[in-house]
Design a protein around this ligand. Structure first.
Ligand SMILES: [Ca+2]
Length: 405
C-alpha cells in the first residue's frame, strides 16, 4: 500500500510539474513589431480573460466533515472536493460523528496528502455535541428504546475519543492548522462575503458554534449544503448525534439551504463495478481506489460498500442535474429530550385540505380556502430545497469523473 500511494504521488507530481505552455500559433510574416505586438495583444487579452474567468469562477467551498477513512462516504467525498478543478477548497473542518474528531482529522490530513493538496488547511473542530452525550443517549435508550441502529462515535464499542490509527502507509506528515474550526468558518466567510458555500456532511456542531460566535456570517454565506436529516421525518445520524446544533443551523436565515437527506443518499450505493471504472481510467486516484477497495478485504461481517450520501451532496453542488426531483420543505429537529430527540421534523405545504378533514366538516364539506390559508410554514423555519430523487447514472458518471481527474 505504501509503495502504491507513493507511486500515485510520484505520477501526480510528474503530471503537475509539466509547465503550462501556451503554444502561440505561427504568426507568419508580421510586417513590423507594432503590428505583431497588436496581434499578440489581440490574441492574449481574450486568453487572459478566459484564464482569469476560470480562476474567479471557481466556487469557494468550506468542507465540514466527520472524515474517517480510508474508505467510505466521508472520505471519498473529501477526495472529490480536493481533486475538483472547479472549486477553490478554502479548508476542511473536522467534527465527530461517524468517528471521533481525532481520527477524522488524521484522515482529512491524509486526504490532502494523497491528492497532493496539502495547500488546503485542515482545522480541527468539535469533539462532543453541544448538549448531547453518549451517557445521556444510553439513558434515553434505556427509557424509550432505540430508533437508530448505527450510533457512529456513540457506538458502545467505539474507540475512545483520543484513539487514532494510521492510514495505509503511516500517519500523514502534514499537521492541522492551529485554531478551531468554528473560528475558521466565521473568519473565512467574513473574508469572502457572499461567496462561500458551506458543505456540511457531518453533525452540525462546528457550524452552530460558528454562528453563535458570529451570527452575522449567516447572511454573508452564499449557500449551505447539508447532508443530514430525513425527508420523511425521523432519525438520521448527523442530526441525531447533535440535535441542538442541527436545530440552530436549520433555524438560521441562510440565503440558500439545500438538504441532501438520508433517503436521497440511499439511492446510490458504492460497489466494485463503480470503483473498477475509476481504476481503469488511470487517474491520480486509481491506485488508491484499487488498493483500498478492490484489493482490500473487509473484516468479517462488514462490507466496504455503503450508501453514497456525502458523495451525492458534493456532486449536487457542481451538477444540480444529478437530482431529478427536489421539494421545498421546512425542516427542524426535535430537541425535546424524549423518545424522538434528534428526529427530523418536516413541514411542507399540503397540496390540498387533508383527507381526514372531509368526513368531519358537515354536509357542506370543508371550506378549502379557509383551511389552506392556515397552512403557513412555522415562522422560525426557512425554506430548504430537499433532494428527493437521484439520477443514479448521472451521479455515477460524475463520481467516476471527479475521482479520475
Ligand atoms: Ca459525513
Amino acid at each position: 500500500m505504501g509503495h502504491t500511494i507513493k507511486a500515485i504521488m510520484r505520477a501526480d507530481r510528474a503530471r503537475r510539474s509539466q509547465p503550462l505552455s501556451f503554444r502561440a500559433p505561427a504568426f507568419g510574416h508580421a510586417r513590423n513589431l507594432q503590428s505583431r505586438g497588436a496581434l499578440l495583444l489581440t490574441l492574449f487579452i481574450p486568453l487572459l480573460s478566459v484564464f482569469v474567468a476560470a480562476q474567479t469562477s471557481k466556487l469557494k467551498v468550506i468542507a465540514d466533515q466527520d472524515s474517517a477513512g480510508p474508505q467510505g462516504t466521508n472520505f471519498a467525498s473529501l477526495l472529490m472536493l480536493l481533486r475538483s478543478p472547479k472549486i477553490d477548497l478554502l479548508g476542511i473542518t473536522t467534527v465527530s460523528g461517524d468517528q471521533w474528531v481525532e481520527p477524522a482529522t488524521v484522515f482529512a490530513l491524509w486526504a490532502t496528502e494523497i491528492t497532493k493538496r496539502t495547500d488546503v488547511s485542515v482545522i480541527k473542530g468539535a469533539e462532543m455535541p453541544l448538549l448531547n452525550s453518549p451517557r445521556q443517549q444510553e439513558l434515553r435508550e434505556q427509557l424509550y428504546g432505540s430508533y437508530i441502529g448505527w450510533h457512529g462515535s456513540f457506538n458502545p464499542d467505539a474507540p475512545k475519543p483520543s484513539f487514532t490509527w494510521p492510514p495505509p502507509g503511516g500517519y500523514p506528515k502534514v499537521k492541522p492548522r492551529p485554531g478551531r474550526a468554528a473560528d475558521f468558518i466565521a473568519d473565512t466567510i467574513r473574508a469572502h462575503p457572499h461567496e462561500v458555500v458551506l458543505y456540511c456532511a457531518g453533525p452540525l456542531t462546528n457550524i452552530a458554534l460558528a454562528i453563535s460566535i458570529d451570527p452575522a456570517i449567516v447572511p454573508l454565506t452564499k449557500a449551505i449544503y447539508i447532508m443530514g436529516g430525513s425527508s420523511r421525518g425521523g432519525p438520521e445520524l448527523n442530526w441525531w448525534w447533535d440535535p441542538e446544533a442541527a436545530a440552530m443551523v436549520l433555524r438560521a436565515p441562510w440565503p440558500q439551504i439545500v438538504v441532501s437527506p438520508y433517503e436521497a443518499g440511499e439511492q446510490v450505493v458504492s460497489n466494485e463495478a463503480l470503483m473498477r471504472r475509476i481504476v481503469e481510467k488511470h487517474g491520480a486516484l486509481s491506485e488508491y481506489v484499487n488498493d483500498v477497495y478492490l484489493k482490500t478485504k473487509p473484516p468479517a461481517g462488514t462490507t466496504l460498500w455503503s450508501m453514497m450520501w456525502d458523495e451525492l451532496t458534493v456532486a449536487s453542488i457542481f451538477d444540480p442535474a444529478v437530482i431529478a426531483k427536489s421539494e421545498t420543505m421546512y425542516l427542524d429537529v426535535d430537541i425535546t429530550h424524549g423518545p424522538k430527540y434528534g428526529h427530523t421534523v418536516v413541514w411542507k405545504k399540503p397540496a390540498d385540505v387533508p383527507q381526514f378533514m372531509m368526513p368531519y366538516s358537515g354536509p357542506d364539506g370543508p371550506d378549502r380556502e379557509k383551511w389552506l390559508s392556515h397552512f403557513t410554514p412555522p415562522s422560525h423555519l426557512h425554506s430548504a430545497s430537499v433532494q428527493i430523487e437521484v439520477d443514479v447514472k448521472r451521479f455515477e458518471d460524475d463520481f467516476v469523473e471527479m475521482m479520475s481527474q
